[in-house]
Ligand binder design. Structure first.
Ligand code: 6PG
Ligand code: NI
Length: 183
């Protein structure tokens, strides 16, 4: 009987198989946050998010499984978030599952239309193909979400160099989504 790797569903900790881990720090995220002055004044070594995924085969039909742990925090009034991307293979979708913490999944289609989904423990997010995605931590603890995606999907960050059409900020202790004009 094979003992599969496993995940702690409360924390998103992965165990029992080799992992690939990547930490993204504030210094890795130039021009991601709206307030560039606040970003420059922040500590570039501060971790923003860590992605842990099982080392697994890739190829047509294979899937990757990974967990994103996104720290709480603000740059100016804007919540910590992932860089966000389209898949390089645009038609490839992905599923996110909320594990712990509170946040939002920002989705945007190729026409630039953005929408938000509430991420919380047990939430299931079906990200269709042709849809950019970004996690935003609006809570006070770490936001962890499990993701499953096609191994060949790849990442296209450049297509969103101008940013998403929505920014999520804290205003008077409340979560506010603001529309932005790009370019
Ligand atoms: C993926 C997933 C997910 C994502 C991380 C970090 O396609 O690989 O959507 O693992 O990469 O949440 O987000 P960024 O890749 O946008 O930095
Ligand atoms: Ni993705």
């Amino acid at each position: 009987i094979y003992q599969p790797p496993y995940m702690n569903w409360a924390s998103g900790a992965l165990r029992g198989a080799p992992l690939i881990c990547k930490t993204t720090h504030l210094g890795d995220l130039p021009s991601v946050f709206a307030n560039d002055i606040a970003w420059r004044q922040s500590d570039p070594r501060q971790p923003v998010y860590r992605v842990e995924m099982f080392e697994s085969p890739s190829g047509e039909g294979y899937l990757y499984t990974g967990v994103t742990h996104l720290h709480p925090g603000l740059i100016g009034d804007e919540y910590f978030m992932t860089r966000g991307h389209f898949h390089a293979r645009r038609e490839q979708g992905e599923i996110y599952f909320g594990l712990c913490g509170e946040g939002l999944l920002l989705l945007q289609d190729e026409q630039g239309k953005a929408r938000l989904e509430q991420v919380s423990t047990g939430s299931v997010h079906i990200i269709p193909g042709f849809t950019a995605h970004r996690l935003i931590n609006t809570g006070s603890g770490v936001l962890s979400a499990l993701a499953v995606w096609p191994s060949l999907a790849g990442h296209d960050y450049a297509a969103l160099a101008q940013g998403f059409a929505l920014r999520v900020v804290e205003q008077g202790g409340q979560v506010q989504a603001k529309e932005v004009q790009n370019g």
